[in-house]
Design a protein around this ligand. Structure first.
Ligand SMILES: [Zn+2]
Ligand SMILES: [Zn+2]
Length: 345
């Protein structure tokens, strides 16, 4: 089969690899129908994720058809259409029993990281019963690709951890796919104002069309001053960090109101300064987490009932064998006006 293979920083190729086979009877082999590229994959390609070895097939999102299911897989059979979770979970270990699938002792984020991933014609999914979701006939499978990672990540790490409530004023720093997933799912809770902060005018325009009440281009506007002017100098109830650099996290520290929440989503490669000299007395809660994907079934229902339209995040389409071209587009997201790209087998 063909697959997108990582060969060290800056090197990748679309090449022939052996078709995966069952290793355990809890595995399933899935033929990929649609997949996508995540910002995390770009970090991998730059060499920022040292757990990814040379020769690894990348990708942790997608939908497909079960090609073969191990004898212990009871929820799925050959021919079933399935949504693949970015998080693999056994369902049995101490962390899984706490619904912290991201820290599953036998899984977690392993797909396209410690084991071969979804940017391929076929993928092996361990613990298939707990790591895939059945797709009913007639569902919009392209929209569902957004449920493998970005929607549960935005919702769980941003909206739920940030405890967004009706009437809140929230700020989302970073209007990439994850920040926009926060924007879409925060609206379940009817916040009074949603301030989107980014340096890309196109992404801010998209945010406005998806429900942001205010946008700030921090490349040429003073984000702190503008947030304070929008909030009667109080700051925001919830500041959600969706970039993963020190400056954006420290911006959250500056704009959060007393009693507020800072919910971090971004993948941080470097330390940030925690300004305890100003925050110690302000009743602030700071949260971090990995996505557990425990909200995926709920999000699935909201997509099926047209309460949530994640297709709005899809900007580009490619055939699966055009994956190198798709990476090129996604890497130049600002010039290409790219959000999520869909690769179809
Ligand atoms: Zn991802
Ligand atoms: Zn587990």
């Amino acid at each position: 089969m063909k697959a997108l293979v990582y060969h060290g920083p800056g090197n990748k190729s679309w090449e022939e690899k052996p078709k995966p086979v069952l290793k355990e009877q809890t595995d399933a082999i899935v033929k990929i129908l649609k997949t996508t590229i995540c910002g995390t994959d770009l970090h991998i390609m730059k060499g920022d994720v040292p757990t990814v070895a040379d020769g690894r097939i990348i990708g942790h999102e997608g939908v497909g058809i079960v090609e073969e299911a191990g004898s212990s897989v009871t929820n799925f059979k050959k021919g079933d259409h399935v949504l693949l979770s970015c998080i693999t979970s056994c369902g049995k270990c101490e962390y899984c029993k706490k619904a912290m699938y991201s820290h599953c002792e036998k899984g977690g984020w392993i797909l396209g990281n410690l084991i071969d991933g979804t940017q391929a014609e076929y993928v092996r999914i361990p613990y298939a019963d707990n790591s895939m979701y059945r797709i009913p006939a007639g569902a919009d499978e392209e929209a569902l690709v957004m449920l493998s990672d970005i929607l549960p990540t935005g919702f769980e790490c941003g909206v739920l951890n940030g405890q967004v409530k009706p009437g809140d004023t929230i700020a989302i720093i970073g209007a990439g796919p994850i920040g926009l997933a926060v924007l879409l799912t925060a609206q379940f809770f009817t916040p009074a104002a949603i301030i989107m902060i980014d340096q890309d005018e196109n992404r801010l325009a998209v945010a406005k069309s998806l429900g942001a009440t205010h946008t700030i281009n921090s490349a040429n506007e003073n984000a702190i001053e503008m947030v304070m002017s929008f909030t009667n100098k109080k700051g925001v109830d919830v500041a959600i960090e969706a970039v993963g650099v020190a400056a954006t996290f420290e911006l959250c520290e500056e704009i959060v109101t007393a009693g507020g929440h800072i919910a971090n989503i971004g993948v941080h490669g470097k330390s940030v300064t925690l300004h305890m000299e100003t925050l110690w007395s302000r009743n602030i809660t700071i949260t971090t987490r990995l996505v557990d994907t425990v909200t995926t079934p709920m999000l699935f229902k909201t997509v099926q009932s047209n309460k949530l339209d994640p297709k709005k995040l899809i900007t580009h389409h490619f055939k699966l064998d055009q994956v190198i071209e798709a990476y090129d587009t996604f890497e130049h997201a600002a010039n290409e006006k790219a959000l999520k790209v869909i690769l179809t087998a």
